[in-house]
Design a protein. Structure first.
Ligand code: ZN
Length: 481
């Protein structure tokens, strides 16, 4: 394994981002945050941070690390350095709308991670990803692979030309060599084709298995879209994913299949009738392979991205597992911050990952290690160092419960940001064929007419209370009301 330079870290403050983005309309950027720009309000003492080591910690705790072999290529130690630089342009998937490919820029580089910014949008929508992520592609990739590119806000779709944009704004594209060569699983079996139907787990409500469509295929991954639901439930997975199953799987395994939203008689959903009505085919059952179990066990230690504050990676413990997921606890923190992550999430790493990639690691919180200077404004949440903000990465810090991603008042707020795409004018949305594409594929209604994709949120509350054992456990009428 090649070890990248340690502690190579570039960062930038919001001012630099504005300069670097100067060519774009940034007028919508909010004024200087009142409750921000003052990170590190209280910090573990330098000695505690520097003296900390995994080796010593594991001995003290009589704990074991999750073995490196359990981690996938996307989670394990990178083979290459992160060569991306702040300001470079690229194309990539919007994590909140996985069917949408966008014009992105590198806003921050930290170790093997990148903070990516949607050109023309507020930086509150920025997101973190690994430099080796299969979700990012070089400039020109969409054109080459016939994918719709979601262009920067303020540009006309028919007038946007990448090279002109880069030239006019004096921007640099990220060189192709920085993007990893994918396909660790080999190519996608040719039997998988866009538009085919399957049964898939709703990853936001993992007890539900729903009628779904292969909405896209890129290299060895497919995009799962749930019929008649909006694209925020979509996800990319590989062929061997335990989340995708052939048509008829629920019936064979005594599980309830959730019919498409609005299906006239959901309790008596029939694949035969549905395939005929939608004039589609099922993915052949023989191409589905089951993945081997993930192997993580409770009490194993690892390094995990903190979803509430995604710029941070913390010392963490697996405290529970199920077939596809691990429940992560951040050492030293209250259990109310624990949460489930997919076992194949690119946000969990073996111990030592931060050290080797040059990313800061948040060490376990111990109240005694924290030194607060007299008169210093500090976040009142135990363990919180005042880094990050409930309103996303445009605020680098906070010093009150109001902005704290961990405060009780904010703990229940999963989605505090507005949807980036809903900000757009209706005209833009209508001209965006990446949306109309999924309409064509997946939202054919039962009289054969196209129907507008229903953008209502899924009835999570109801769905969560359901036990999927048999049909009688589900009140489908209620579920789809
Ligand atoms: Zn805080």
């Amino acid at each position: 394994m090649k070890q990248p330079n340690r502690k190579r870290k570039l960062s930038m403050d919001s001012k630099e981002l504005l300069n670097q983005d100067g060519c774009l309309e940034q007028a919508e950027e909010e004024k200087k945050p009142r409750d921000g720009a003052a990170p590190l309000s209280h910090v573990p003492s330098v000695t505690a941070q520097e003296a900390w080591s995994w080796e010593q910690y594991l001995t003290e705790q009589k704990a074991t690390a999750a073995p490196v072999e359990l981690f996938s290529k996307d989670q394990s130690f990178p083979e290459h350095e992160n060569g991306f630089q702040v300001g470079m342009r690229l194309e990539g998937i919007d994590p909140r709308h996985p069917s949408v490919f966008c014009v992105l820029s590198v806003a921050e580089v930290c170790g093997y991670r990148l903070r990516l910014h949607f050109d023309g949008y507020l930086s509150c929508y920025d997101f973190w990803t690994n430099a080796g992520s299969p979700d990012i592609h070089p400039v020109g990739w969409c054109e080459k692979t016939k994918h719709e590119l979601h262009i920067p806000k303020g540009y006309r779709k028919d007038k946007f030309v990448w090279m002109d944009y880069l030239k006019a704004c004096k921007l640099q594209n990220a060189p192709k060599k920085l993007f990893r060569n994918r396909s660790s699983n080999g190519p996608m079996p040719k039997e998988f084709q866009v538009g085919m139907k399957l049964e898939a787990v709703d990853r936001k409500n993992p007890s539900l298995v729903c009628v779904a469509t292969v909405a896209d295929i890129v290299e060895d991954r497919l995009l799962v879209h749930f019929d008649n639901w909006d694209d925020s439930y979509d996800y990319w997975c590989d062929v061997n994913s335990p989340y995708v199953q052939p048509v008829g799987w629920c019936q064979e395994n005594g599980r309830t299949l959730i019919a498409p939203q609005g299906y006239p008689d959901p309790e008596n959903f029939s694949w035969t009738e549905y395939l005929e009505a939608t004039q589609t085919n099922a993915v052949p059952a023989k191409v589905f392979k089951m993945r081997t179990p993930h192997g993580f066990l409770p009490s194993m230690r690892l390094e995990a991205v903190d979803r509430r504050n995604p710029r941070l990676i913390r010392v963490a413990t697996v405290i529970d597992v199920d077939d596809q997921r691990v429940k992560v606890h951040f050492d030293g923190w209250d259990h109310k911050y624990d949460y489930w992550m997919d076992a194949d999430s690119p946000d969990i790493h073996p111990i030592g990952w931060c050290d080797i990639t040059g990313h800061p690691l948040e060490i376990p919180y111990r109240a005694n290690d924290v030194k607060i200077l007299p008169g210093q404004a500090v976040c009142p949440t135990p363990g919180c160092r005042g880094i990050g903000h409930i309103r996303g990465p445009r605020y680098s810090g906070h010093h009150s419960a109001f902005g704290c991603p961990y405060s009780d008042m904010n703990l229940k707020k999963e989605a505090t940001l507005h949807d980036r795409l809903r900000e757009q004018t209706q005209a833009n949305l209508e001209s965006d064929s990446s949306h109309s594409k999924s309409k064509n594929l997946c939202s054919l209604n039962f009289s054969g007419k196209h129907e507008k994709v229903n953008s209502q949120p899924r009835p999570v509350q109801q769905a969560k209370c359901l036990k999927i054992k048999g049909k009688e456990d589900i009140d489908l009428d209620n579920l789809f009301r």
